[in-house]
Design a protein around this ligand. Structure first.
Ligand code: FAD
Length: 406
Protein backbone atom coordinates (compact mmCIF):
# COMPACT_ATOMS: atom_id res chain seq x y z
CA UNK A 1 0.00 0.00 0.00
CA UNK A 2 1.20 3.55 -0.77
CA UNK A 3 2.18 5.91 2.09
CA UNK A 4 -0.99 6.70 3.94
CA UNK A 5 -2.37 10.24 4.40
CA UNK A 6 -3.37 10.87 8.05
CA UNK A 7 -6.86 12.13 8.99
CA UNK A 8 -8.84 12.17 12.21
CA UNK A 9 -11.95 10.92 10.42
CA UNK A 10 -12.76 9.39 7.03
CA UNK A 11 -16.41 9.40 5.96
CA UNK A 12 -17.20 6.96 3.17
CA UNK A 13 -20.19 8.07 1.10
CA UNK A 14 -21.51 11.58 0.45
CA UNK A 15 -25.22 10.92 0.09
CA UNK A 16 -27.45 12.90 2.42
CA UNK A 17 -26.03 11.28 5.58
CA UNK A 18 -22.31 11.44 4.72
CA UNK A 19 -22.40 15.00 3.42
CA UNK A 20 -24.43 16.10 6.48
CA UNK A 21 -21.92 14.52 8.85
CA UNK A 22 -18.97 16.09 7.00
CA UNK A 23 -20.68 19.49 7.20
CA UNK A 24 -21.37 19.05 10.93
CA UNK A 25 -17.71 18.23 11.64
CA UNK A 26 -16.02 20.33 8.97
CA UNK A 27 -15.23 23.46 10.97
CA UNK A 28 -14.01 22.20 14.35
CA UNK A 29 -10.31 21.58 13.83
CA UNK A 30 -10.71 17.86 13.06
CA UNK A 31 -9.19 16.70 9.79
CA UNK A 32 -11.87 15.03 7.69
CA UNK A 33 -11.58 12.97 4.50
CA UNK A 34 -14.86 12.70 2.57
CA UNK A 35 -14.73 9.83 0.09
CA UNK A 36 -17.40 9.41 -2.59
CA UNK A 37 -17.55 7.10 -5.61
CA UNK A 38 -19.43 9.78 -7.62
CA UNK A 39 -18.34 13.36 -8.21
CA UNK A 40 -18.39 15.66 -5.19
CA UNK A 41 -19.36 18.71 -7.23
CA UNK A 42 -22.82 19.84 -6.06
CA UNK A 43 -25.33 18.37 -8.56
CA UNK A 44 -26.93 20.73 -11.10
CA UNK A 45 -30.45 21.71 -10.10
CA UNK A 46 -32.73 22.19 -13.11
CA UNK A 47 -34.75 25.40 -13.02
CA UNK A 48 -37.64 23.97 -15.04
CA UNK A 49 -40.55 22.90 -12.85
CA UNK A 50 -42.14 20.22 -15.03
CA UNK A 51 -42.65 16.50 -15.16
CA UNK A 52 -39.27 15.68 -16.69
CA UNK A 53 -37.19 17.83 -14.35
CA UNK A 54 -38.13 16.65 -10.86
CA UNK A 55 -35.72 14.28 -9.14
CA UNK A 56 -37.53 10.91 -9.01
CA UNK A 57 -36.13 10.47 -5.46
CA UNK A 58 -37.73 12.74 -2.91
CA UNK A 59 -37.83 12.65 0.90
CA UNK A 60 -40.48 13.69 3.39
CA UNK A 61 -38.29 15.78 5.70
CA UNK A 62 -39.60 16.04 9.26
CA UNK A 63 -39.35 19.25 11.32
CA UNK A 64 -36.55 17.63 13.35
CA UNK A 65 -34.52 16.93 10.18
CA UNK A 66 -35.27 20.43 8.89
CA UNK A 67 -33.90 21.87 12.14
CA UNK A 68 -30.72 19.82 11.67
CA UNK A 69 -30.33 21.02 8.08
CA UNK A 70 -30.90 24.60 9.29
CA UNK A 71 -28.18 24.13 11.91
CA UNK A 72 -25.82 23.00 9.14
CA UNK A 73 -26.65 26.08 7.06
CA UNK A 74 -28.11 23.96 4.24
CA UNK A 75 -31.82 24.74 4.57
CA UNK A 76 -31.77 28.24 3.00
CA UNK A 77 -30.47 26.83 -0.31
CA UNK A 78 -33.08 24.04 -0.25
CA UNK A 79 -35.83 26.54 0.47
CA UNK A 80 -34.60 28.95 -2.20
CA UNK A 81 -34.63 26.16 -4.80
CA UNK A 82 -37.96 24.40 -4.27
CA UNK A 83 -39.78 22.20 -1.78
CA UNK A 84 -43.37 21.63 -0.80
CA UNK A 85 -44.53 22.08 2.79
CA UNK A 86 -47.25 19.54 3.55
CA UNK A 87 -49.89 20.52 6.04
CA UNK A 88 -52.17 17.48 5.94
CA UNK A 89 -51.91 13.73 5.69
CA UNK A 90 -54.73 11.49 4.52
CA UNK A 91 -54.41 7.74 5.04
CA UNK A 92 -57.09 5.26 4.08
CA UNK A 93 -57.67 1.57 3.66
CA UNK A 94 -58.59 -0.01 0.35
CA UNK A 95 -60.51 -2.72 2.21
CA UNK A 96 -63.03 -0.67 4.15
CA UNK A 97 -64.41 2.66 5.19
CA UNK A 98 -61.80 3.63 7.80
CA UNK A 99 -59.38 6.47 7.31
CA UNK A 100 -57.41 8.97 9.27
CA UNK A 101 -56.62 12.63 8.66
CA UNK A 102 -53.73 14.49 10.21
CA UNK A 103 -53.51 18.26 10.09
CA UNK A 104 -50.72 20.53 11.26
CA UNK A 105 -53.34 22.57 13.15
CA UNK A 106 -53.89 19.51 15.42
CA UNK A 107 -50.44 20.17 16.90
CA UNK A 108 -50.36 23.97 16.42
CA UNK A 109 -47.69 23.72 13.71
CA UNK A 110 -47.52 25.46 10.35
CA UNK A 111 -46.63 22.24 8.52
CA UNK A 112 -46.10 18.53 9.18
CA UNK A 113 -42.93 18.46 7.08
CA UNK A 114 -41.51 19.19 3.64
CA UNK A 115 -41.22 17.10 0.49
CA UNK A 116 -37.76 17.80 -0.90
CA UNK A 117 -35.96 16.36 -3.92
CA UNK A 118 -32.95 14.34 -2.68
CA UNK A 119 -30.54 16.03 -5.10
CA UNK A 120 -31.55 19.44 -3.69
CA UNK A 121 -30.55 18.27 -0.19
CA UNK A 122 -27.25 16.80 -1.38
CA UNK A 123 -26.47 19.89 -3.45
CA UNK A 124 -27.08 22.25 -0.49
CA UNK A 125 -24.91 20.09 1.79
CA UNK A 126 -22.09 19.76 -0.74
CA UNK A 127 -22.02 23.57 -1.10
CA UNK A 128 -21.32 23.65 2.65
CA UNK A 129 -18.72 20.88 2.32
CA UNK A 130 -16.88 22.90 -0.35
CA UNK A 131 -16.77 25.92 2.01
CA UNK A 132 -15.60 23.94 5.07
CA UNK A 133 -11.95 24.50 5.99
CA UNK A 134 -11.17 21.04 7.41
CA UNK A 135 -12.56 18.71 4.74
CA UNK A 136 -10.43 17.06 2.06
CA UNK A 137 -12.68 15.76 -0.70
CA UNK A 138 -11.93 12.51 -2.51
CA UNK A 139 -14.61 12.65 -5.23
CA UNK A 140 -14.92 9.99 -7.94
CA UNK A 141 -12.96 7.74 -5.59
CA UNK A 142 -14.30 4.37 -4.52
CA UNK A 143 -13.31 2.69 -1.25
CA UNK A 144 -11.64 -0.61 -2.11
CA UNK A 145 -10.49 -1.95 1.26
CA UNK A 146 -10.31 -1.10 4.93
CA UNK A 147 -8.71 -2.85 7.88
CA UNK A 148 -7.52 -2.13 11.39
CA UNK A 149 -3.76 -1.51 11.52
CA UNK A 150 -1.45 -3.93 13.30
CA UNK A 151 -1.76 -2.48 16.80
CA UNK A 152 -5.51 -1.89 16.32
CA UNK A 153 -5.16 1.82 17.07
CA UNK A 154 -6.14 3.14 13.65
CA UNK A 155 -7.98 2.08 10.54
CA UNK A 156 -6.29 1.97 7.14
CA UNK A 157 -8.38 2.68 4.08
CA UNK A 158 -7.48 2.03 0.47
CA UNK A 159 -9.13 3.94 -2.35
CA UNK A 160 -9.36 3.27 -6.07
CA UNK A 161 -6.24 4.63 -7.78
CA UNK A 162 -3.92 3.64 -4.94
CA UNK A 163 -4.59 6.45 -2.42
CA UNK A 164 -4.26 5.22 1.18
CA UNK A 165 -5.63 6.88 4.31
CA UNK A 166 -4.97 6.22 7.97
CA UNK A 167 -7.68 7.42 10.35
CA UNK A 168 -8.81 7.34 13.98
CA UNK A 169 -12.43 6.93 12.96
CA UNK A 170 -13.90 5.43 9.80
CA UNK A 171 -17.59 6.29 9.29
CA UNK A 172 -19.70 4.15 6.97
CA UNK A 173 -22.21 6.44 5.26
CA UNK A 174 -22.05 4.30 2.14
CA UNK A 175 -25.69 3.29 2.05
CA UNK A 176 -27.71 0.11 2.32
CA UNK A 177 -25.12 -2.10 0.62
CA UNK A 178 -22.28 -0.71 2.75
CA UNK A 179 -18.88 -2.13 1.84
CA UNK A 180 -17.40 -0.80 5.08
CA UNK A 181 -20.00 -2.72 7.10
CA UNK A 182 -19.17 -5.94 5.26
CA UNK A 183 -15.39 -5.50 5.24
CA UNK A 184 -15.25 -4.67 8.96
CA UNK A 185 -17.34 -7.74 9.80
CA UNK A 186 -20.51 -6.12 11.20
CA UNK A 187 -23.45 -8.56 11.40
CA UNK A 188 -26.95 -7.58 10.34
CA UNK A 189 -30.46 -8.91 10.82
CA UNK A 190 -32.27 -8.63 7.52
CA UNK A 191 -35.24 -9.88 5.63
CA UNK A 192 -36.86 -9.20 2.34
CA UNK A 193 -40.20 -7.43 2.39
CA UNK A 194 -41.03 -9.22 -0.85
CA UNK A 195 -41.84 -5.73 -2.15
CA UNK A 196 -40.38 -3.35 -4.68
CA UNK A 197 -41.26 0.33 -4.80
CA UNK A 198 -42.09 1.99 -8.12
CA UNK A 199 -41.03 5.62 -7.99
CA UNK A 200 -41.96 8.30 -10.50
CA UNK A 201 -43.42 11.80 -10.85
CA UNK A 202 -46.94 12.36 -12.17
CA UNK A 203 -49.05 15.25 -13.31
CA UNK A 204 -52.56 15.12 -11.82
CA UNK A 205 -55.75 16.93 -12.71
CA UNK A 206 -56.54 18.47 -9.30
CA UNK A 207 -54.49 20.33 -6.71
CA UNK A 208 -52.89 18.07 -4.08
CA UNK A 209 -53.87 20.64 -1.44
CA UNK A 210 -50.47 20.37 0.29
CA UNK A 211 -51.40 16.88 1.40
CA UNK A 212 -49.50 13.58 1.60
CA UNK A 213 -51.91 10.88 0.49
CA UNK A 214 -51.48 7.22 1.32
CA UNK A 215 -53.79 4.36 0.40
CA UNK A 216 -53.15 0.93 1.88
CA UNK A 217 -53.90 -1.78 -0.68
CA UNK A 218 -53.58 -5.52 0.05
CA UNK A 219 -50.66 -5.52 -2.43
CA UNK A 220 -48.86 -2.69 -0.55
CA UNK A 221 -49.12 1.03 0.23
CA UNK A 222 -49.40 3.72 -2.48
CA UNK A 223 -48.29 7.28 -1.66
CA UNK A 224 -48.87 10.51 -3.58
CA UNK A 225 -46.50 13.15 -2.20
CA UNK A 226 -47.09 16.82 -3.07
CA UNK A 227 -44.56 18.69 -5.21
CA UNK A 228 -44.43 22.38 -6.13
CA UNK A 229 -46.79 23.19 -8.98
CA UNK A 230 -46.44 25.56 -11.91
CA UNK A 231 -49.53 27.68 -12.62
CA UNK A 232 -52.45 25.30 -12.96
CA UNK A 233 -50.23 22.23 -13.34
CA UNK A 234 -50.17 19.92 -10.34
CA UNK A 235 -47.41 17.40 -9.63
CA UNK A 236 -46.94 14.55 -7.18
CA UNK A 237 -44.12 12.15 -6.47
CA UNK A 238 -45.29 8.54 -6.34
CA UNK A 239 -43.99 5.75 -4.13
CA UNK A 240 -45.96 2.62 -4.96
CA UNK A 241 -44.81 -0.37 -2.92
CA UNK A 242 -45.99 -3.62 -4.40
CA UNK A 243 -45.57 -7.33 -4.01
CA UNK A 244 -42.63 -8.37 -6.15
CA UNK A 245 -44.72 -10.35 -8.68
CA UNK A 246 -46.79 -7.28 -9.66
CA UNK A 247 -43.98 -4.85 -10.38
CA UNK A 248 -42.59 -5.92 -13.76
CA UNK A 249 -46.04 -5.82 -15.41
CA UNK A 250 -46.55 -2.23 -14.25
CA UNK A 251 -43.07 -1.20 -15.37
CA UNK A 252 -43.68 -2.61 -18.83
CA UNK A 253 -46.97 -0.78 -19.44
CA UNK A 254 -47.05 2.24 -21.73
CA UNK A 255 -47.33 5.60 -19.91
CA UNK A 256 -51.05 6.04 -20.61
CA UNK A 257 -51.90 2.57 -19.35
CA UNK A 258 -49.70 2.97 -16.27
CA UNK A 259 -51.42 6.27 -15.46
CA UNK A 260 -54.81 4.55 -15.70
CA UNK A 261 -53.71 1.76 -13.33
CA UNK A 262 -52.34 4.31 -10.90
CA UNK A 263 -55.51 6.39 -11.01
CA UNK A 264 -57.64 3.32 -10.28
CA UNK A 265 -55.37 2.22 -7.42
CA UNK A 266 -55.63 5.75 -6.00
CA UNK A 267 -59.43 5.92 -6.44
CA UNK A 268 -58.99 9.07 -8.58
CA UNK A 269 -58.66 11.19 -5.43
CA UNK A 270 -56.82 13.85 -7.44
CA UNK A 271 -58.84 13.39 -10.60
CA UNK A 272 -57.11 12.09 -13.70
CA UNK A 273 -53.43 11.10 -13.67
CA UNK A 274 -52.54 12.91 -16.88
CA UNK A 275 -48.91 11.92 -17.41
CA UNK A 276 -45.94 10.28 -15.75
CA UNK A 277 -42.17 10.62 -15.94
CA UNK A 278 -39.74 7.72 -16.23
CA UNK A 279 -40.40 4.92 -13.70
CA UNK A 280 -37.77 3.40 -11.41
CA UNK A 281 -38.07 0.41 -9.09
CA UNK A 282 -36.25 -0.11 -5.79
CA UNK A 283 -36.12 -3.45 -3.93
CA UNK A 284 -37.27 -3.06 -0.32
CA UNK A 285 -35.38 -4.89 2.37
CA UNK A 286 -35.38 -4.44 6.11
CA UNK A 287 -31.83 -4.44 7.46
CA UNK A 288 -30.47 -3.58 10.88
CA UNK A 289 -26.87 -3.86 12.03
CA UNK A 290 -26.63 -5.67 15.36
CA UNK A 291 -23.87 -3.25 16.43
CA UNK A 292 -23.41 0.22 14.93
CA UNK A 293 -19.85 0.61 16.25
CA UNK A 294 -16.49 -0.99 16.85
CA UNK A 295 -13.36 0.78 18.10
CA UNK A 296 -12.48 3.15 15.26
CA UNK A 297 -15.58 2.43 13.11
CA UNK A 298 -19.18 3.69 13.12
CA UNK A 299 -22.15 3.01 10.84
CA UNK A 300 -24.74 5.70 10.16
CA UNK A 301 -28.06 5.96 8.31
CA UNK A 302 -28.75 3.30 5.65
CA UNK A 303 -25.42 1.60 6.38
CA UNK A 304 -26.83 0.87 9.87
CA UNK A 305 -30.53 0.42 9.06
CA UNK A 306 -32.93 0.34 6.12
CA UNK A 307 -36.66 0.50 6.60
CA UNK A 308 -39.82 0.25 4.50
CA UNK A 309 -40.53 3.70 2.96
CA UNK A 310 -44.22 3.63 3.89
CA UNK A 311 -43.87 6.34 6.52
CA UNK A 312 -40.98 8.20 4.85
CA UNK A 313 -38.72 7.86 7.89
CA UNK A 314 -35.48 6.38 6.43
CA UNK A 315 -33.32 9.46 6.00
CA UNK A 316 -34.96 11.15 8.95
CA UNK A 317 -33.62 8.39 11.19
CA UNK A 318 -30.30 8.68 9.32
CA UNK A 319 -30.05 12.43 9.94
CA UNK A 320 -30.82 11.86 13.62
CA UNK A 321 -27.88 9.37 13.70
CA UNK A 322 -25.69 12.05 12.11
CA UNK A 323 -26.73 14.68 14.67
CA UNK A 324 -25.98 12.42 17.64
CA UNK A 325 -22.68 11.07 16.29
CA UNK A 326 -21.46 14.61 15.55
CA UNK A 327 -22.47 15.72 19.07
CA UNK A 328 -20.57 12.84 20.70
CA UNK A 329 -17.46 13.39 18.55
CA UNK A 330 -17.39 17.13 19.29
CA UNK A 331 -18.03 16.59 23.02
CA UNK A 332 -15.17 14.06 23.01
CA UNK A 333 -12.90 16.48 21.19
CA UNK A 334 -13.55 19.15 23.83
CA UNK A 335 -12.15 16.66 26.38
CA UNK A 336 -9.25 15.50 24.22
CA UNK A 337 -10.83 12.10 23.42
CA UNK A 338 -10.07 10.44 20.10
CA UNK A 339 -13.17 10.23 17.81
CA UNK A 340 -12.50 6.51 17.41
CA UNK A 341 -12.65 5.69 21.11
CA UNK A 342 -15.03 2.79 21.68
CA UNK A 343 -16.73 4.28 24.76
CA UNK A 344 -17.53 7.48 22.87
CA UNK A 345 -18.93 5.51 19.93
CA UNK A 346 -20.99 3.30 22.23
CA UNK A 347 -22.71 6.40 23.59
CA UNK A 348 -23.76 7.19 20.02
CA UNK A 349 -25.07 3.64 19.58
CA UNK A 350 -26.99 3.71 22.88
CA UNK A 351 -28.65 7.01 22.00
CA UNK A 352 -29.75 5.91 18.53
CA UNK A 353 -30.44 2.19 18.41
CA UNK A 354 -33.61 2.18 20.54
CA UNK A 355 -35.40 4.81 18.46
CA UNK A 356 -34.38 3.18 15.19
CA UNK A 357 -35.59 -0.23 16.39
CA UNK A 358 -38.90 1.19 17.57
CA UNK A 359 -39.59 2.87 14.22
CA UNK A 360 -38.61 -0.26 12.29
CA UNK A 361 -40.92 -2.42 14.41
CA UNK A 362 -43.77 0.08 13.96
CA UNK A 363 -43.34 0.06 10.17
CA UNK A 364 -43.33 -3.75 10.11
CA UNK A 365 -46.46 -3.82 12.23
CA UNK A 366 -48.27 -1.38 9.91
CA UNK A 367 -47.26 -3.30 6.84
CA UNK A 368 -48.40 -6.63 8.29
CA UNK A 369 -51.67 -5.17 9.57
CA UNK A 370 -52.64 -3.67 6.23
CA UNK A 371 -51.71 -6.79 4.26
CA UNK A 372 -54.28 -8.90 6.13
CA UNK A 373 -57.35 -9.48 4.02
CA UNK A 374 -59.36 -11.44 6.63
CA UNK A 375 -62.66 -9.72 7.38
CA UNK A 376 -62.21 -9.42 11.18
CA UNK A 377 -58.78 -7.80 10.74
CA UNK A 378 -60.17 -5.40 8.11
CA UNK A 379 -63.04 -4.47 10.39
CA UNK A 380 -60.70 -3.92 13.36
CA UNK A 381 -58.22 -1.74 11.49
CA UNK A 382 -60.97 0.41 10.00
CA UNK A 383 -62.64 0.79 13.40
CA UNK A 384 -59.17 1.51 14.84
CA UNK A 385 -58.50 4.30 12.35
CA UNK A 386 -61.89 5.87 13.00
CA UNK A 387 -61.25 5.56 16.75
CA UNK A 388 -57.82 7.21 16.58
CA UNK A 389 -59.32 10.02 14.48
CA UNK A 390 -61.70 10.80 17.33
CA UNK A 391 -59.07 10.57 20.10
CA UNK A 392 -57.38 13.97 20.12
CA UNK A 393 -54.42 13.26 22.45
CA UNK A 394 -53.51 9.91 20.84
CA UNK A 395 -53.70 11.49 17.39
CA UNK A 396 -51.49 14.39 18.52
CA UNK A 397 -48.99 11.90 19.94
CA UNK A 398 -48.89 10.02 16.60
CA UNK A 399 -48.40 13.26 14.65
CA UNK A 400 -45.58 14.43 16.92
CA UNK A 401 -43.85 11.04 16.63
CA UNK A 402 -44.06 11.19 12.81
CA UNK A 403 -42.69 14.76 12.87
CA UNK A 404 -39.72 13.56 14.92
CA UNK A 405 -40.61 15.85 17.83
CA UNK A 406 -42.56 13.40 20.04
C1 FAD B 1 -38.58 4.36 -2.69
C2 FAD B 1 -37.97 5.01 -1.49
C3 FAD B 1 -38.58 6.14 -0.95
C4 FAD B 1 -38.04 6.75 0.20
N1 FAD B 1 -38.65 7.84 0.74
C5 FAD B 1 -38.15 8.38 1.89
C6 FAD B 1 -38.79 9.52 2.52
O1 FAD B 1 -39.80 10.05 2.08
N2 FAD B 1 -38.25 10.01 3.68
C7 FAD B 1 -37.13 9.45 4.24
O2 FAD B 1 -36.70 9.90 5.31
N3 FAD B 1 -36.49 8.40 3.64
C8 FAD B 1 -36.97 7.86 2.50
N4 FAD B 1 -36.34 6.80 1.92
C9 FAD B 1 -35.07 6.34 2.49
C10 FAD B 1 -33.92 7.23 2.05
O3 FAD B 1 -33.93 7.40 0.66
C11 FAD B 1 -32.59 6.62 2.51
O4 FAD B 1 -32.69 6.42 3.90
C12 FAD B 1 -31.43 7.59 2.22
O5 FAD B 1 -31.32 7.88 0.85
C13 FAD B 1 -30.12 6.97 2.71
O6 FAD B 1 -29.12 7.95 2.62
P1 FAD B 1 -27.60 7.55 2.89
O7 FAD B 1 -26.83 8.83 2.78
O8 FAD B 1 -27.49 6.74 4.13
O9 FAD B 1 -27.23 6.53 1.73
P2 FAD B 1 -27.18 6.73 0.14
O10 FAD B 1 -28.11 7.77 -0.32
O11 FAD B 1 -27.31 5.37 -0.44
O12 FAD B 1 -25.71 7.29 -0.12
C14 FAD B 1 -24.58 6.45 -0.06
C15 FAD B 1 -23.44 7.12 -0.82
O13 FAD B 1 -22.26 6.31 -0.68
C16 FAD B 1 -21.59 6.23 -1.91
N5 FAD B 1 -20.83 4.96 -1.91
C17 FAD B 1 -21.33 3.70 -1.83
N6 FAD B 1 -20.32 2.79 -1.83
C18 FAD B 1 -19.17 3.50 -1.91
C19 FAD B 1 -17.78 3.14 -1.95
N7 FAD B 1 -17.38 1.85 -1.92
N8 FAD B 1 -16.86 4.12 -2.03
C20 FAD B 1 -17.24 5.43 -2.06
N9 FAD B 1 -18.53 5.83 -2.03
C21 FAD B 1 -19.47 4.88 -1.95
C22 FAD B 1 -22.72 6.23 -2.96
O14 FAD B 1 -22.24 6.67 -4.22
C23 FAD B 1 -23.70 7.21 -2.32
O15 FAD B 1 -23.46 8.55 -2.75
C24 FAD B 1 -36.87 6.21 0.79
C25 FAD B 1 -36.25 5.06 0.23
C26 FAD B 1 -36.80 4.47 -0.90
C27 FAD B 1 -36.14 3.23 -1.49
Amino acid sequence: MADAQRFDIAIIGAGIAGSALATALGDHGLTIALVEAQSLAPPELPAACDLQHFDPRVSAITPRSKALLEGLGAWPAIEAYRQCAYRHMTVWDAGGTGGIEFDCADVNATSLGHIVENRAIVSALLERVCAAPDITAFGGSRLLACERDDNAARVRVELEGGTALEVDLLVAADGALSRVRDMMGFSTREWDYGHRAIVTTVEVEKSHRDTCWQRFLPSGPLAFLPLPGAGDRHYCSIVWSLQEGLVDNLLQLGDAEFCRELETAFESRLGRVNACARRFAFPLRQRHAIDYVQAGVALVADAAHTIHPLAGQGINLGLADVGVLAEEILAGRAQGTSPGQLQLLRRYQRRRKGENLLMMAAMDGFKALFEQDALPVRWLRNAGMRGVSRMGPLKQQLIRRAMGVG
